[in-house]
Design a protein around this ligand. Sequence first.
Ligand code: DUC
Ligand code: ZN
Ligand code: ZN
Length: 469
Amino acid sequence: MTTIIANGTVISTTGAEPADVLIDGEKIVALIQPGSELALSAAAGAETVIDATGKYVLPGGVDCHTHLEMPVGDIWTADTFETGTRAAAWGGTTTVIDFATQMAGEQVRACLDARFAEAEGNCAIDYGFHMVLGDVTGDSLKEMDALVDEGISSFKLFMAYPDRLLSDDRQLLLAMQQAAGNGAMIMMHAENGIAIDLLAEQAIERGETDPINHGYVRRPELEAEATHRAIQLAAVGACPLYIVHLSSSHALEQVAWARAKGANVFAETCPQYLYLNLEDHLGLPDFGGAGYVCSTPLRTKHEHHHADLWHGLRQNDLSVVSTDHCPFCLNDKAAGADDFRAIPNGIGGIEHRMDLLYQGVVQGEISLPRWVELCATTPARMFGLYPQKGVLAPGSDADVVVYDPAATWTISADTHHMALDYSAFEGFEMQGGVSTVLSRGRVIIDGGTYHGSPGDGRYLRRGLSSYLL
Ligand code: DUC
Ligand code: ZN
Ligand code: ZN
């Protein structure tokens, strides 16, 4: 089956050029000059012609940080693999990398196999996994090598959550040394959880139970301290390091310092840290802030976090924008009505990452090529999916988004496709929107209709990060 996407402007990391995209089956076979003889004959022979006049044509988004169908205690994230990947597709994301989690006392292998079974046959788009090591043991270190061979080439460790997931410095270093040997990427939740838990305990003792206190106790200094420690441990362990959900100027400063020295240190941020803040969102009265509880937390508007993060995105000290899609419905957030520590952590945004970042293009914060680089190309390269994903080039999967820069619309829980009963971005007015989405050559979103089905998405065995090559 051949398809041509004609007359659009193709956006890549290097620019914006008029080009027709020719697809055969699941792959891109050529980019052709529009109106050329070749283009006309390709269009005449194609079974499907998609007219992209006036629109951008870009590689499908790669969201490398999601939590679909994930339990925290007995509360589950609201999106299943089915609903979450479908919502992602609506927003122009055609690949997700989610997490399999090993908790203390559990076997890595068994946890991963269970996770494969949960996703299998349910995803609308292609998917991969990182492995969370909640406990670094002889077994988990040995399994790291085996997992890399099976396409799980990144491991998330926690410096937070002493009671559940925290690895101490010895464990962090052991995992880093193992990663140095097998080529894996170490992903780090960089917050000093021991100090945070003390501050949280003291806040509760003072009767400060509201959601905003979640932001007060998770101080940016404690994100910076953990980020710095992770960087130094990774230097000693000699492995690449990727800081997840970076939210503060303080932590960014550490990443910039490491990168200026030439260290293999990378970081992502997420739309919530670019657009939302502690006072106006986490500080909403009557428990309204609960919907904005996430970790790392939203930061104060009285410092320069937003501006610094945009600057970091331009400078490449922040290389990726993911969502950290971790949606909990409001009745589940109510678990922490009397104690902010019990509010499940997370914000849902898998559907709106591409659009929210495009507002950065509209507002002049980033360029069009940088938008594509942050949302598709670099995450694919960072996590061993390039050039299968993240680029429109001959031989790459035909994951393509046709994006209409003239569209205008408003984010609302009433119209979004996530299985979440609110939106942290409710009422945000958007310029630009997704028109058509192809996943491996098949149109799955077009004309405001979803044309795919659960199980269309395939598991992706990832290689090593090519960002280092
Ligand atoms: N870390 C994440 O990456 N997501 C949700 C909560 C957390 O602590
Ligand atoms: Zn985390
Ligand atoms: Zn996360």
